[in-house]
Design a binder for this molecule. Sequence first.
Ligand SMILES: *[C@@H]1O[C@H](CO)[C@@H](O)[C@H](O)[C@H]1NC(C)=O
Ligand SMILES: *[C@@H]1O[C@H](CO)[C@@H](O)[C@H](O)[C@H]1NC(C)=O
Ligand SMILES: *[C@@H]1O[C@H](CO)[C@@H](O)[C@H](O)[C@H]1NC(C)=O
Ligand SMILES: *[C@@H]1O[C@H](CO)[C@@H](O)[C@H](O)[C@H]1NC(C)=O
Length: 156
Amino acid sequence: METHAFWLVQLFLFALWVNGLMTLGLTGARQPVIVCNESLMLEKLPRCGKSFEEMMKKVDSKKWCNLTEFIKYYDNFSLCTEREASAAKCFWPNRLAQGFITGIHKQFFSNCTSEKDHWEDPPDEILITLIFIPVLLMAAMISIVVWCSKRSDILV
Ligand SMILES: *[C@@H]1O[C@H](CO)[C@@H](O)[C@H](O)[C@H]1NC(C)=O
Ligand SMILES: *[C@@H]1O[C@H](CO)[C@@H](O)[C@H](O)[C@H]1NC(C)=O
Ligand SMILES: *[C@@H]1O[C@H](CO)[C@@H](O)[C@H](O)[C@H]1NC(C)=O
Ligand SMILES: *[C@@H]1O[C@H](CO)[C@@H](O)[C@H](O)[C@H]1NC(C)=O
């Protein structure tokens, strides 16, 4: 019974892994040189900033440090930048986009630090979390797959 479950888990992980490889293959192998059009990206990103700015204007500026007030706008902004970056065939995240986003953070959240201690370095924390969760998940998945395949080498 237990081995049964083990194989099911392994099959599932393998499917995920193949899926990942295929995704990499489709974007990587068929287009070996992905040219990031940085100027195109830098041209498009301010639109995301603009619409975020528009949305933030609806929020009382006294509440700009209250994450619950603007998280949905921020989410929208974040998705927007990601979309524009990939439209310009740039990897996400990248240094230029990050610089742009940091600028937006400074514009809106620079005064949040003095208010509360736990807001000490909020924008970057949010940014890093948003960026690295998928990366970490991917890494974790890969290591689980590697670990499982090593284990099955021993078991088989
Ligand atoms: C990059 O985008 C610009 C438009 O902003 C375009 O004029 C240029 O041809 C693009 N470059 C490449 C290599 O696609
Ligand atoms: C933040 O905004 C939410 C929703 O308006 C409110 O319930 C909450 O009390 C606010 N928190 C702070 C710390 O102001
Ligand atoms: C997100 O942004 C798009 C335009 O960029 C806008 O049409 C849409 O209404 C926004 N969504 C929310 C929930 O504000
Ligand atoms: C931050 O505070 C300064 C000085 O009080 C003010 O000029 C500036 O507009 C504020 N910025 C934001 C984003 O609230």
